[in-house]
Design a binder for this molecule. Structure first.
Ligand code: FES
Length: 276
């Protein structure tokens, strides 16, 4: 039996920390692998429940693509008891995971179209899984643009990836910060400024993940271009807790984010109060 055969959704599986990188002053980037060496099967955009005995568990989006290594990545922001304890672990220590859960980024709807990914702040973590996937299978997508915005340069995640994307012809990468430091040479301003830097066509498929404040303004820009709401996909993973439909934490009207999402077509949720 492999980890992916485990039928009981309540039983966490042991994973080993292969590598830890200090992503930002608040976030650590973990590379993990199942203790039995098996490869996890998942879709970009899916979620894991990550636990540490004695502390609890938290939902975290997978931050690497299934097209990559046997291992997989997560990023943990220090915000509470569980994440603080996880962020004190060392290489070689164990964590426990359940999942993967959720529906992922609707790859079947993105293929054979230009794709625009719009990531704000820590929203780059789940979308990095999709970004890597598209770069590994670039011929399946007719164009690829990434907008990435953070409050300041020190909050930028995945610095090695950013350097790679800046120099890579396969991806049109635009980035901005709300507030610069002395070293920043790029754009300063809100993420919607990036729409002025490139042409986005009406048939583009769009994926959005970021802080709630960002959604409204980004959608306004997409509406100006005339992109159909069926072709705009939003990741609402921030609302999740148990990830298996038991706690009710993620409920938005008649939608249960962990069971119906976390990725939704905008047309399915735009009229739901509190969805965005
Ligand atoms: S996260 Fe608990 S019901 Fe969805």
């Amino acid at each position: 039996m492999t980890n992916t055969d485990v039928a009981n959704i309540f039983i966490p599986q042991e994973v080993i920390i292969l590598k830890i990188q200090e992503a930002t002053p608040y976030e650590r980037h973990f590379t993990l692998q199942y203790a039995d060496g098996s490869k996890m099967l998942f879709e970009p955009g899916q979620i894991l429940e990550v636990s540490l005995f004695g502390y609890g568990e938290i939902p975290i989006g997978i931050a690497s693509s299934p097209t990559r290594e046997h291992s997989f990545d997560i990023v943990v922001r220090t915000v509470g008891r569980v994440s603080t304890a996880i962020n004190q672990l060392q290489k070689g220590d164990s964590l426990y995971i359940r999942g993967p859960y959720g529906n992922g980024f609707k790859l079947d709807k993105l293929r054979n179209h230009p794709v625009l990914v719009i990531a704000g702040g820590i929203g780059l973590c789940p979308t990095r899984s999709l970004i890597q996937y598209i770069l590994d299978r670039r011929q399946e997508f007719t164009g690829f643009t990434l907008f990435y915005g953070t409050r300041n340069p020190s909050q930028q995640l995945f610095s090695d990836d950013l350097s790679h994307w800046r120099a890579n012809d396969e991806i049109n990468f635009y980035e901005t910060v709300d507030k610069a430091d002395d070293l920043w040479k790029g754009h300063i301003g809100v993420i919607t400024d990036l729409f002025t830097k490139t042409d986005i066509s009406k048939d583009t498929r769009v994926v959005i993940c970021g802080p709630p404040i960002m959604f409204k303004f980004v959608i306004h820009e997409l509406d100006k271009i005339g992109i159909n709401h069926d072709n705009i996909f939003v990741d609402l993973e921030r609302r999740m807790k148990c990830a298996i439909g038991k706690c009710g934490h993620c409920q938005i009207n008649n939608k249960t984010v962990c069971l119906d999402g976390p990725v939704f077509a905008l047309s399915d949720i735009i009229d739901l109060e509190e969805a965005l």
